[in-house]
Design a protein around this ligand. Structure first.
Ligand SMILES: Nc1nc2c(ncn2[C@@H]2O[C@H](COP(=O)(O)OP(=O)(O)OP(=O)(O)O)[C@@H](O)[C@H]2O)c(=O)[nH]1
Ligand SMILES: [Mg+2]
Length: 442
């Protein structure tokens, strides 16, 4: 597949009209969801010129919105000289095609999913990230091929937001068969990368490192926190979906334990299912974590809805039962009352500001506590020929006492459950205890 045209080369901002339907079935009001859609559109380089809403019990099968609303939309499109109409909910391929027909060329009709896919296309930086986005984009395009591309035949100039995928090689060649073939190639390639990742993560577990994953709503400050904790320089922007590709960094805790921290793609409400599906392997990083830090923007008026949306995606990806600590970020933007209110809602949360560093020491202490949590104290004799295990003892456990004796390393450590199981065959608590007693009696 071709690369997409980068956003920065768009000569003029496209003029967008947003359309939201209040079906009364979401915790987000129509206005709240549309405000978020506006941010997404702006992130993708558009200028929002109008927002239209309609209250409906159910979407109208043919055009999603009612007949009168479609007429209103048509006249606004003309009067405001709009280039694109963005629906907040997913349109079926036929609704999209019908609306395009009614509103007329050259106005594009897209939905939230297409917009998010477009942003992802621009922000994916790594090979794997690009493949994942391409897979999601092609799955989106496949049922829409006719509707989306028939008008493109012989016309190469149409582009801009919501259409920067599937373009490039002759439009005529993009038929279902080719798209399907490409989808299977991408799936195979991603599976191959996934297997390699599996090997890598096994290596990481073998090296004994406790893993922490940063998850949260897009723009909550995950990358800023990673940078603050590890002195890294990951891309931070005040835009949605700045991060797409996971980054893992090592972090040394004060008590000598090493952990890794992984920053990854942010979540959003109405996250297209095909994205969750395509980002399976990236999200596997989250599933493999020992601890999830759920980073929330405490200053956002939609904080609670965002936290709920993140929890729901965590459940979708099978990560709901991983130990989770809520981190209330951006506390520098809160006054004392607001901070108290946020903590009342989340008594167990860690209030911080990744920007100015307040509360970060407390968070580090909390991570150390969690890493030691469920630990048992045990004594093991690790033979000298088990070099890797010795390394694990030093990196994954908190070492209370150690001594090199004739047969190996005799160490009393605080080990978490996984590590305790690994050390089980080498445990010698009883002998050591009786040996010490004997020494005392001598
Ligand atoms: N005031 C304030 N701003 C913050 C804080 N942490 C992050 N930000 C700002 O919030 C914006 C988003 O930060 P990122 O770290 O890119 O957020 P993210 O969660 O990684 O976002 P995505 O990668 O897009 O999902 C940036 O403009 C940051 O400077 C904070 O503690 N206080
Ligand atoms: Mg980020």
């Amino acid at each position: 597949m071709p690369r997409f045209k980068p956003i920065s080369t768009a000569p003029v901002k496209e003029r967008a009209i947003l359309v939201g339907v209040d079906l009364g079935n979401s915790e987000w009001t129509c206005e709240e969801s549309l405000a978020e859609l506006a941010r997404l559109a702006e992130t993708d380089g558009a200028e929002v010129v109008l927002t239209l809403t309609q209250r409906l019990d159910a979407p109208v099968p043919k055009t999603f919105i009612g007949k009168g609303k479609v007429e209103e939309l048509c006249s606004y499109v003309r009067n405001l000289d709009a280039d694109v109409v963005i629906f907040d909910d997913e349109l079926t391929p036929s609704q999209q095609a019908n609306l395009e027909k009614i509103v007329g060329e050259p106005v594009k009709i897209i939905d939230r999913t297409a917009l998010i896919l477009d942003i992802f296309g621009v922000h994916a930086k790594t090979h794997e990230g690009r493949l994942q986005v391409q897979l999601a984009q092609l799955q989106y395009v496949l049922p829409r091929l006719r509707g989306m591309w028939s008008h493109l035949v012989g016309e190469q100039t149409r582009g801009g937001i919501g259409s920067r995928f599937g373009q490039g090689e002759s439009q005529l060649e993009v038929d279902r068969r080719l798209v399907r073939a490409r989808i299977s190639t991408l799936r195979r390639e991603l599976e191959r990368l996934d297997r390699r990742r599996g090997v890598q993560s096994k290596a990481r577990w073998d090296s004994g490192v406790y893993r922490v994953a940063l998850v949260g709503y897009t723009n909550a400050g995950k990358s800023t926190l990673l940078n603050r904790l590890t002195g890294s320089n990951v891309y931070v922007r005040d835009e949605l979906f700045a991060t797409l590709d996971p980054t893992t960094r090592a972090l040394d805790l004060e008590e000598g334990r090493k952990v890794t921290i992984t920053d990854t793609v942010g979540f959003i409400q109405k996250l297209p299912t095909m994205l969750v599906e395509s980002f399976k392997s990236t999200l596997a990083e989250v599933r493999a974590a020992d601890l999830v830090l759920l980073v929330a923007d405490a200053s956002d008026p939609h904080r609670e809805l965002e936290i709920a949306a993140v929890r729901s995606v965590l459940a979708d990806i099978g990560a709901a039962d991983i130990r989770c600590v809520t981190v209330l970020n951006k506390c520098d933007l809160l006054n004392e009352d607001a901070k108290r209110e946020a903590l009342l809602a989340h008594p167990d949360a860690q209030p911080i500001s990744a920007l100015d560093g307040q509360g970060v020491r407390g968070l580090l202490y909390r991570i150390a506590q969690e890493a030691a949590n469920g630990s048992v104290t045990l004594t093991a004799l690790v033979p000298y020929d088990k070099g890797l295990l010795m390394k694990m003892v030093h990196e994954r456990c908190q070492v209370m006492r150690e001594r090199y004796v004739q047969d190996g390393l005799l160490a009393t450590v605080k080990a978490d459950a996984r590590m305790a199981a690994t050390l089980e065959p080498y445990r010698c608590d009883a002998e050591v205890a009786s040996g010490e007693k004997a020494a005392e009696n001598e």
